[in-house]
Structures are given as structure tokens and as C-alpha cells.
Write a new protein. Structure first.
Length: 203
């Protein structure tokens, strides 16, 4: 199997998530939110088993200084599962409003969700019981972060974020692993052009 065929075969479940995820990451690269990296980890942790186990659409309203600074949706109801920036496209089963710092603390286990709720740090809308199903989501995100491949694919170095190639490199970023690194054993630099001029560079 060629490298190209291998990449195509590996994108599977995460391709749609990666495509939406990187466009969101590019747009939010300068937003200063720690939650952005967390939601990328959640995206990397999505598996068919997790979707089947959780079966919920979560909308996260992330605040800073008491004001909404970002909105993310974690769709673990509609296979193959996805994470994207913005309000849920269909009605979420559970809506969570929490500060940027506190959502990271919740995911890491440093902040107990019940204590956060009782203290008013976490507001839950919709079916509150569904918030109890978040533990495997956080666990999967942690595992994805721990299992980060030795190689990485950076976002195109360009002031704009409208390159179609961005989605492709997002897919690559989510599927590169140690086995592929060993098999290919090469460094590639991609100079992406638009209108005959370099519009982005990825290495």
C-alpha cells in the first residue's frame, strides 16, 4: 500500500472531524482560549465505541470574564462523531456553560463537576443527567493527548484560513502514528500555491 493509500485508509472516522476541526483551529488560533486545544484533543479521541457509549450532543459555551468567548459542539450522537466550532446544528441534549480555565480543570480532573455546578462555575441546560456521561469523553481526550504521534502536521503558515488544503493536512495530523513514521521515514515540505503565489507552507 502506498503512503497516499495508507493515509486515505486511516482518515476514516476522524476525517470529517479533522476537516471541521482545523478550519476552527485556524480561525481560533489567536483567540487565546485554552479550551481550543482541549476540543482538538476531544476530536482526536472520538471512536465508534465512544459514540455508541455516549450517544449525546453537547454544546459548550466557553466564557472569559463572564462573557461568551467561544462555542463548541461535541456530537457523539451522529456517527462517526464530530467536534466543531459553533452552536449545535441540531438540538443538543445537554448545554454546558463554563469558563475557559474551569473547562480545562474539569477535563483534567482538577475540578469536580458536581462541586463546580454547586458553586455556580458550571451551568447545565437540557438534560442534566447527560453531563454525567462526560467522564469517558475526558478520558478519551487524555488518552489521545498521551498517545500523540512523534510526528506532527502543522497548520499552513498563512494569514488566511480559506485554503482547501487545510482540511487535507488536518486529516493527516489526526492519522499520523509511530507505525507510519517508521514506514515512511521522510520529511516532506508542502508549498501550497494560489494564483501562482505561495499561500501556505506546511512541514
Amino acid at each position: 500500500m502506498s503512503v497516499t493509500e495508507d493515509l486515505k485508509a486511516r482518515t476514516g472516522v476522524r476525517a470529517a472531524t479533522a476537516a471541521a476541526g482545523l478550519s476552527s483551529r485556524n480561525a481560533a488560533a489567536g483567540d487565546g482560549l485554552a479550551a481550543t486545544a482541549l476540543f482538538m484533543e476531544m476530536a482526536a479521541g472520538i471512536t465508534p465505541e465512544l459514540v455508541q457509549k455516549v450517544g449525546v450532543i453537547y454544546q459548550w459555551n466557553i466564557t472569559q470574564g463572564g462573557k461568551t468567548a467561544g462555542v463548541w459542539t461535541l456530537d457523539l450522537k451522529n456517527a462517526p462523531g464530530s467536534v466543531y466550532s459553533g452552536e449545535a446544528k441540531t438540538k443538543p441534549g445537554c448545554t454546558l456553560t463554563v469558563s475557559d480555565d474551569d473547562v480545562v480543570a474539569l477535563a483534567s480532573g482538577k475540578l469536580d463537576s458536581m462541586k463546580a455546578f454547586m458553586a455556580g462555575k458550571l451551568k447545565i441546560g437540557g438534560n442534566m443527567m447527560l453531563a454525567q456521561k462526560l467522564k469517558p469523553v475526558f478520558d478519551a481526550a487524555k488518552a489521545a493527548k498521551t498517545a500523540s504521534p512523534p510526528a506532527s502536521v502543522a497548520a499552513p503558515q498563512t494569514p488566511t484560513s480559506d485554503l482547501k488544503a487545510a482540511a487535507l493536512f488536518a486529516e493527516m495530523a489526526f492519522v499520523v502514528d509511530a507505525a507510519m513514521v517508521k514506514k515512511v521515514n521522510a520529511v516532506y515540505q508542502w508549498n501550497i500555491t494560489k494564483g501562482g503565489k505561495t499561500a501556505g507552507q506546511v512541514g
